[in-house]
Design a protein around this ligand. Structure first.
Ligand SMILES: C[S@@+](CC[C@H](N)C(=O)[O-])C[C@H]1O[C@@H](n2cnc3c(N)ncnc32)[C@H](O)[C@@H]1O
Length: 133
């Protein structure tokens, strides 16, 4: 897991308390900077809707560069159709972000050289999109 340092430190403690330190670890860093390379998959869960399109392109490009030709990028997001206009406006007001349709997420990905390979509904009203180069 990569997140800002104030988040990764307590995450490490949670992993240890749950006895899963051998299965997961957290690394302080920013998704606007180069990410650890070579993982099988990079999961962005509830990340892109916090950001405008330009910031999303940077985040997706960092993931693309780290994933390389064989890695996958999994984007888990509420879609505009399920989140609704009120949440869309809330994200705009609080973060300068927005809820997006699958087509908008696919277009963002395409502008970073990524192709939408598939999508499936997951829990809590989210949809998982699989992207790769
Ligand atoms: C809406 S939360 C999503 C948390 C979690 N992924 C989830 O699905 O519940 C957004 C997360 O992005 C992290 N974040 C914000 N700016 C970041 C950055 N530049 N680099 C890495 N993580 C960042 C925040 O610390 C926070 O944990």
């Amino acid at each position: 897991m990569v997140d800002l340092a104030p988040t990764t430190a307590p995450a490490l403690a949670r992993f240890a308390a749950a006895g899963v330190s051998d299965r997961g670890h957290s690394v302080p860093g920013s998704f606007f900077e180069p990410l650890p390379a070579g993982a099988d998959a990079y999961i962005l869960s509830d990340i892109l809707h916090d950001w405008d399109d330009d910031h999303c392109r940077t985040i997706l490009s960092r993931c693309r560069d780290a994933a390389g030709p064989h890695g996958a990028i999994i984007v888990i997001e509420p879609l505009l159709s399920t989140a609704g206009t009120a949440m869309d406006l809330f994200m705009l007001m609080c973060f300068g972000g927005r809820e997006r349709t699958i087509e908008e997420l696919a277009a963002l990905a395409a502008s970073c050289g990524l192709t939408l390979r598939g999508s499936t509904p997951v829990s809590a009203g989210r949809t998982a999109l699989q992207l790769s180069v």
